[in-house]
Write a protein that binds this ligand. Structure first.
Ligand SMILES: [Zn+2]
Ligand SMILES: [Zn+2]
Length: 182
């Protein structure tokens, strides 16, 4: 009888952040931005969690608040920004979840060397969007970046290296430069 307002029954947007996006190193959900150290729940514009896997193991993980992400993209060269934008225009299929590459639709089990990155755009304790990028697409994207931009991201990885457990590979290499994947 009362069928108006079905929308009001909906819960909050998104879904709870799955364990897959928790910090392996801290053994709990990410709490602070890897770059600025501020509490992630404070950011109204949200934050992004990224994890890179190789042969089933996490080789790099970080959470970065939206303002920090913007700042790092701003520091990228004009050329890189244009190239990335073009790459997205041509290849980006949208965030297709954790099992399908956002750029080539390859499914996770078919990814070369079991190497891929996953990313989740989060807001508070909710996951709003999720994506996977296979190693080949990450390499293709990396190839369009300028030396300058590559250096910025390399520095970010090096400076935040303590976030990666020591028994993991010392440095994940640069094959997985999937930034701006979302
Ligand atoms: Zn930050
Ligand atoms: Zn791909």
């Amino acid at each position: 009888m009362d069928q108006k307002d079905t929308k009001s029954a909906e819960g909050p947007e998104g879904e709870p952040i799955p364990e897959l996006l928790h910090s392996v190193y801290e053994e709990r959900p990410f709490r602070t931005c890897t770059r600025c150290g501020e509490s992630l729940s404070e950011f109204e514009s949200g934050y992004r969690i990224s994890k890179e896997f190789r042969k089933g193991e996490v080789v790099l993980e970080y959470a970065i608040c939206h303002p920090c992400l913007e700042r790092m993209l701003e520091e990228s060269s004009v050329e890189s920004k244009q190239n990335l934008a073009r790459f997205h225009e041509v290849h980006f299929k949208g965030p297709l979840g954790f099992d399908q590459c956002a750029f080539c639709e390859k499914i996770k089990s078919a990814v070369r060397d079991d190497e891929y990155a996953i990313a989740g755009m989060c807001l508070g304790t909710r996951l709003m969007e999720q994506a996977m990028v296979c190693v080949e697409c990450a390499e293709a994207m990396h190839a369009v970046l300028s030396e300058h931009t590559t250096r910025i991201w390399r520095r970010f990885r090096e400076e935040n290296f303590p976030g990666v457990p020591v028994d993991f590979e010392p440095f994940p290499g640069e094959s997985l430069t999937h930034e701006k994947a979302l």
